[in-house]
Design a protein around this ligand. Structure first.
Ligand code: ARG
Length: 268
């Protein structure tokens, strides 16, 4: 995670961002700290990245890279406003003992925001931010099956805004964010929990999964009930300041030790 010291709405690169609706620094800090403390209470070992002035979206560490074992496949951001984050992330991963691999030139890729493991498959969102070619390249590098999912609604511009694997056969998703082919591909997952338009706009799908515990933004009672029903324990925490930038719980974190929903050999 990266503390929100320099977080703010300084540019507009997705439909949620408007410079005329700024974030409140004090509320941002306290909401971020509540998320951080909630994860600690769930026994998560949180590592911090030092914030950098001029990189307001660095708080969204999900976009730093896709991490698999000790390798970090670094992001290559589509928008110039975020491209300065990559060298900062690269230095951090190297200082923590990860091997870093850059994307091939000319391919955009926005890390775990667009690439999520479920079972032995890497589900990969493309079109708005990441390129389909980057996902195929990653599949070859990782030696795993990749299912590219086309994102069709600019409001759900990263895969983690409309899809969240909970375990190797269960996932949350918001169907209208995908094209027909992607919806058909996702229907291969045995248990799908559907989120409606209202809760999708509260970033219900942007959840942090820690075993059976699922951390989400406040204001998603229908998803909370569905999670409880499916045997998961929902934990809601207010993240409204980060919705102003188009992010929520999952975007504010990057899992370093393998996702709960991934199966061996993808996790250690
Ligand atoms: N303002 C950021 C952007 O548009 C938000 C990133 C949210 N991250 C995520 N993984 N969905 O790039």
């Amino acid at each position: 995670m990266c503390p929100p010291d320099f977080y703010g709405i300084e540019y507009e690169i997705n439909p949620w961002m408007s410079r005329s609706i700024p974030s409140d620094p004090d509320r941002s800090r306290s909401q971020w700290k509540s998320l951080h403390d909630l994860l600690i209470s769930l026994h998560v070992d949180v590592r911090l990245l030092e914030p950098v002035r001029g990189l307001p979206d660095l708080v969204f560490t999900a976009n730093a890279a896709l991490v698999c074992h000790d390798v970090a496949y670094l992001s290559s951001f589509r928008h110039a406003a975020r491209q300065g984050e990559t060298p900062v992330n690269e230095a951090w991963f190297q200082s923590q003992g990860f091997r870093t691999v850059p994307m091939p030139t000319g391919m955009y890729f926005e890390g775990a925001g667009d690439a999520l493991f479920c079972g032995d498959t890497l589900y990969a969102g493309y079109l708005v931010r990441s390129d389909a070619a980057a996902m195929q390249w990653l599949g070859q590098e990782l030696g795993c099956r990749v299912i590219p999912l086309q994102l069709v609604d600019e409001h759900f511009y990263h895969l983690d805004t409309c899809f969240c694997p909970l375990d190797h056969q269960t996932a949350i998703y918001y169907p209208p964010a995908f094209d027909d082919y992607a919806r058909r591909a996702l229907s291969q997952i045995p248990r799908l929990i559907t989120v409606d338009e209202e809760e999708a706009a509260q970033f219900a799908c942007n959840a942090v999964v820690v075993g059976k515990d699922v951390v989400i933004n406040a204001g998603c009672p229908k998803l909370e009930a569905a999670l409880t029903n499916a045997g998961f324990a929902p934990h809601a925490t207010e993240l409204s300041e980060f919705l102003k930038a188009g992010g929520s719980a999952k975007c504010l974190t990057l899992r370093l030790d393998g996702e709960t929903a991934a199966v061996w050999p993808l996790v250690r």
